[in-house]
Design a protein around this ligand. Structure first.
Ligand SMILES: [Zn+2]
Ligand SMILES: [Zn+2]
Length: 338
């Protein structure tokens, strides 16, 4: 099969590797659509990478034993290789599993883990079926499109009574706009790139604030009767945006971080948390039991279908990564057989 790899700084290409073979409850999926995520960062940084991607949509083509999926099933591919038996896994919170399975140990080869590939291998319980009538392309926003904000809003119980601030209008932040509007909330988006400002408005953001404006915080206050927003979600993974979320949220409000960030955020417990009564949490991906609800958003939101801005054949991996790195896009899809 063919898979895409990063060869060096702004260099990528396709290589041939052996097809994965099914084993025990691990099924082989023919990948029809690969939603692109943050892989472009390694391409920009020049970090060679042989196993790209964690999101995929496709069709089961081989199983080793009867189980939860059958050949021909249309499925989405959940990320990671969690153990399936620990407390977190059993509760559906498999993303927090501390006993992730090593492909190299289980299969004697790491091949089959990449999603930027024509085939991959996955435990059957991480291959939920795509509802009838939904295309592979529609299902492709199930992961780092709608997923992170879905779980954050579910946990914060965002509803039509709330004003929600969302910082960073990349694919995850734009997915946040879709989820927040689906729940009836009023949305204040924060973004500076014109393409993404326009995209947020197209998906229904009620207001978009430029974080570079010296009065950005005052603008949020003016829109919320001087109090601040009820909830805030950071999707940018930058410290200034995280700080903005804390400052812009009202007393007794909630802040959730879903944007990956390794920089230190300074929080002063008394003024930021105790005396504001603020709840600040991190959230990664979504509970597997919420998969049907995420599918409902895809089926019923009038704008969910607009989250994908571009589709490339995988043979044009260079152009696809170039576009992702430019930020002149929303969710970008690859077609590994084209
Ligand atoms: Zn586990
Ligand atoms: Zn992702």
């Amino acid at each position: 099969m063919k898979k895409a790899v990063i060869l060096g700084e702004r260099q990528s290409g396709l290589v041939d590797v052996p097809d994965p073979q099914p084993k025990e409850n691990w099924a082989v999926v023919k990948v029809h659509v690969v939603p692109m995520c943050t892989e472009y960062k390694a391409w920009v940084a020049g970090s060679p990478s042989e196993y790209l991607g964690h999101e995929a949509v496709g069709e089961v083509v081989a199983v080793a034993q009867p189980g939860r999926v059958q050949v021909g099933d249309r499925v989405v591919v959940m990320p990671q290789y969690p153990c399936g038996v620990c407390e977190s896994c059993v509760a559906g919170d498999y993303i927090y599993c501390e006993h992730v399975v090593s492909l190299k140990e289980f299969l004697d080869t790491p091949e089959g883990s990449a999603t930027y590939a024509q085939y991959l291998i996955k435990p059957d319980w991480l291959l939920p079926k795509i509802p009838a009538g939904m295309s592979y392309e529609q299902a492709a926003i199930y992961c780092c499109g709608l997923g992170p904000s879905f779980q954050a809003f579910e946990t914060m119980q965002v509803s039509a009574y709330d004003t929600v601030l969302i910082t960073g209008m990349g694919p995850v932040g734009l997915g946040g706009v879709i989820n927040a509007k689906y729940r009836g909330a009023r949305v204040i988006a924060v973004e500076s790139i014109p393409y993404r400002v326009d995209y947020a408005k197209k998906l229904g953001a009620d207001f978009v604030i430029d974080p570079r404006a010296s009065d950005a915080l005052e603008q949020v206050r003016a829109l919320t009767g001087g109090k601040g927003v009820d909830m805030a979600l950071d999707c940018s993974g930058t410290v200034p945006a995280e700080r903005f979320c804390i400052n812009a949220t009202r007393r007794r409000g909630q802040v959730t971080f879903v944007g990956e960030c390794s920089q230190e955020l300074a929080i002063t417990v008394s003024p930021d948390m105790i005396r504001k009564g603020l709840t600040v949490r991190g959230s990664w991906h979504y509970n597997l039991n919420n998969y049907p609800k995420v599918m409902q958003v895809i089926q019923n939101s009038p704008v969910a279908g607009q989250l994908v801005s571009h589709t490339f054949p995988m043979s044009q991996i260079q152009q696809a990564l170039e576009l992702s790195a430019s930020h002149q896009c929303a969710k970008v899809l690859l077609k590994p057989w084209e």
